[in-house]
Design a protein around this ligand. Sequence first.
Ligand code: XMP
Length: 521
Amino acid sequence: MTNLSVDKKNIDVILVLDFGSQYTQLIARRIRESNVYSEILPWDIDESKIKKLKPKGIILSGGPNSVTESFTPRIPQIIFELSIPILGICYGMQTLAEQFGGQVISSQKKEFGHSELKINSESKLFTGIEKKLNVWMSHGDQVQDLPDHFKLIASTATAPIAAMEHHSLPYYAIQFHPEVTHTSQGIKILNNFIFDICNTSPDWKMDDLISSRISEIKEKVKHEKVLLGLSGGVDSSVTAALLHKAIGNKLTCVFVDNGLLRKGEAEQVMLTFKEHMNLNVIKSESAEIFLRHLKNIDDPEQKRKIIGRTFIDVFDAEAIKLKDIKFLAQGTIYPDVIESSGSESNEARVIKSHHNVGGLPDEMKLDLIEPLRDLFKDEVRKMGVELGISKEMLDRHPFPGPGLGVRIIGEITKEKTKILQEADFIFVEELIKANLYNKVSQAFAVLLPVKSVGVVGDERRYAEVIGLRAVETVDFMTAKWSHLPYDFLEHVSNRIVNEIEEVSRVVYDISSKPPATIEWE
Ligand code: XMP
């Protein structure tokens, strides 16, 4: 869990005390969106850390446990001693109720989904909120009897005590989740808490996050050296820029050119980071090794494994040449943590397979630095802009670790890679020109393992087939094929067959995910 313990000047802080909910980070993110600094700490953190933070208010997150069982998490006494406002959400409400003498029961059936909330009493928490609203519920337990000195402020059909408030202290609690978009006016409820109840000022900016991360990195790294695998993707690029700002040339980046990158990509990454930003970047020219390992391999899974293993070998070989490295930095972002562990409160360190510390030589014994670990992609992009990375670089579509290796169907050769790079370049260039690049979530070309007959002038041409793929998606878990305009597709197809001699035909992929995946392999 990220733990910022740095100079906040006079910035107001809301502490989110984590009881293990999958939404904890979302609460912190919503508060940051309202320009108030928010920090997450585990519920059983050292008292001194909480005191040092001097929060102006505390939000108790939800969590997977039941307060009806012994030895489950409780609000530590220090929280009440701070005499600041508290908002309990879901489990946070249940433990608040239980600790004040209320009764919490385990319902037979879990409530998960939409529910209609009726506000039945005036409360600062609901100022400006409609009397009936749609809220998102996700709970098994619920408060059955109000604790002493609390009053009921809202109900739903299944949770009669869906919100409560203390008579004299600034303690509030809600059973539903205001942080998810499914709760209408959820942000307004959170804003009522942070602004009207906690009296915070919206003074926090992305710049403050950058400065606090920089102090944190400096404090951790001291005079030691840090290694980073730079892929040119958004996450590793922002990590590189941030670390560079913090520790300058104590950071060494290794960029592996595996020969399976998009046209001009290796040059662009080197130009951006080495030339423009003056980073210490070592380029490992490894195309030949990758090709050699991939020779005669056409099975997709085997190709992926070989590319992954070769990456680790090459990265290790570069890393071992560097002396006295103490830390390995990674561009892990919050969705990576969730996807891999299923829970944000899980302390386990999840390592992206392509920058796998487990693959580094044992004797290097590197400690991990993951400065973006609690941020969402759009926050990482905003940070990148502030750090001076170009918008074009930050807005690029995602590119898979195995690169063009999973877009050349069948065996990978140098010649095929070149053809695909050219076709992909034309497609992307035209998307940008037509102002369509940012309207699709991901677009690329694929080289198919068939040949087809065509005519060029009077000549018969028996040549390669290129597939074009463009999808629209929010989360990349499901995706719709993009309905790109026919005229546009026609133009791209013409350019590809006219400009690339080795291609005789272009097809457009009209499969959605599921059942198809976004990549072809
Ligand atoms: P699929 O093909 O599974 O892809 O629908 C979903 C998203 O993940 C990307 N992708 C990868 N990214 N390493 C990565 O870093 C990989 O091995 C990999 N495979 C797929 C894909 O480009 C799409 O955005």
